[in-house]
Design a protein around this ligand. Structure first.
Ligand SMILES: [Zn+2]
Length: 406
């Protein structure tokens, strides 16, 4: 057994954590033994989960033509580069970001991967290969994502089926990208049918637009309720809800709560992409984080983009994602900051249906030790991730030294 001594839990309690194989065996006080690691009173958290990232597109920004900065501009700007993707190219870039994420304390990632008639299944193959390369340091789930639509991209439906047959873990979607409400509804149905056929959960891009009259979230919630898909559906972005009227917002949030839908907000990307046409009061691309939370809906924060056509920054750092999201979503009280931690740990774990997540006996020992003594201090200082464990084994280490010279 390995003992992690003097670890500070998020509750502030000082404990020893005993690990046997890939699982946590005990959390409490342990007798002196060999094979121990001194955490020095620093903060030990369950390793972060990035439940919304696009690994096929990462790190291509410098190769794209400049565009107007909008979602449509970014999607268009990626086309030429996507046509030129090779499996090896996607694999190498995805791998770099998975490795960077692990160094920063994330050991589970869920990646959308474009499935369309431009790139075919090359992005899927590239990310699946990278996931396999990195199987010793992280779990990477892949979502088949119809970035160009399903009905408006003839051939995409067949490719989506192929993607699921070839090992995609989750069915993606992007209903608001279809031209009218009827095709949006059909798009949602096609995704649920695929999920049912392959017995896979759904994780869709939903209403990533400033237009408050776009309402595919309700279509997704209605379909989930109709089919009794509780706890198996995730909706990402959900920006339009910020601009929707109060009556619709209250109705659809209630449906999401009843359907057990998880909402993933991606403030870091949406803060720079949305609201670009606004003057005066500028929409900032955020969904209704506070209202979802008040309604008891499971809510997560995701990285979404790393240096691609949509977003110029990002490095797979969930501590950075939380800091930016906290600013954007008005999270500042102790209670709100504690919720922000849940949004990158236990909430995505719930969306993934993990029952062995956390710092508790029986949980898989995916852990991150931060160079701080509390969660709020770690967040404020963007503390170094001193050590990261995946399945009970140390897989990354960071040491930072800085000092004044005068
Ligand atoms: Zn996204």
């Amino acid at each position: 057994m390995v003992a992690l001594r003097n670890a500070r839990l998020a509750t502030g309690k000082l404990v020893d954590v005993g690990i046997a194989g890939e699982r946590i065996e005990s959390v409490g006080r342990l007798a002196e033994s060999a094979g121990s690691f001194d955490c020095g009173g620093r903060l030990l958290l369950p390793a972060f989960i990035d439940t919304h990232v696009h690994l096929d597109k990462v790190l291509i920004r410098d190769e794209l033509a400049e565009h107007d900065g909008t979602l449509a501009g970014a999607i268009g700007a990626v086309h030429a580069r996507k046509r030129a993707y090779t499996v090896e190219d996607v694999r190498t870039r995805a791998r770099r970001v998975i490795e960077s994420s692990v160094l920063l304390g994330t050991t589970r990632l869920r990646s959308h991967v474009d499935v369309d008639t431009i790139g075919g299944l090359t992005p899927l193959e590239g990310v699946l290969t990278a996931a396999n390369d990195c199987a010793g340091i992280a779990d990477v789930q892949v979502i088949a994502f119809p970035q160009e639509g399903i009905l408006r991209d003839p051939g995409a439906a067949d490719l989506m089926t192929q993607a699921m047959a070839e090992g995609a873990h989750v069915v993606g979607g992007m209903p608001h990208w279809e031209p009218d409400a009827e095709s949006q509804r059909r798009h949602v149905e096609v995704c649920f049918e695929l999920g049912e056929r392959f017995d896979r959960p759904l994780d869709m891009h939903v209403d990533e637009t400033d237009d408050g009259s776009v309402r595919t979230l309700e279509m997704v919630a209605d379909e989930a309720l109709r089919r009794g898909w509780s706890g198996r559906v995730t909706a990402g972005h959900v920006c339009a809800l910020a601009a929707a009227d109060e009556e619709y917002a209250a109705r659809v949030i209630d449906k999401c709560a009843r359907a057990g839908i998880t909402i993933v907000s991606n403030p870091v990307t949406n803060l720079v992409v949305q609201g670009r046409g606004d003057r005066g009061l500028i929409r900032r691309g955020l969904t209704r984080v506070a209202e979802f939370r008040a309604a008891g809906v499971n809510l997560c924060f995701g990285q979404d983009c790393v240096r691609d056509g949509f977003y110029p920054f990002g490095r797979g750092d969930m501590l950075e994602v939380v800091l930016i999201s906290a600013h954007a979503a008005h999270l500042a009280t102790h209670d709100e900051l504690s919720f922000a931690l849940d949004a990158v740990t236990t909430n995505p774990a719930r969306a993934w249906c993990l029952d062995d997540y956390g710092v508790k006996p029986g949980a898989r020992a995916d852990l991150v030790l931060l160079d701080a003594t509390s969660w709020e201090e770690a967040l404020r200082l963007q503390a170094a991730r001193s050590r990261v464990w995946f399945r009970g084994r140390p897989v990354a280490e960071t040491q930072v030294t800085s000092r004044l010279l005068a």
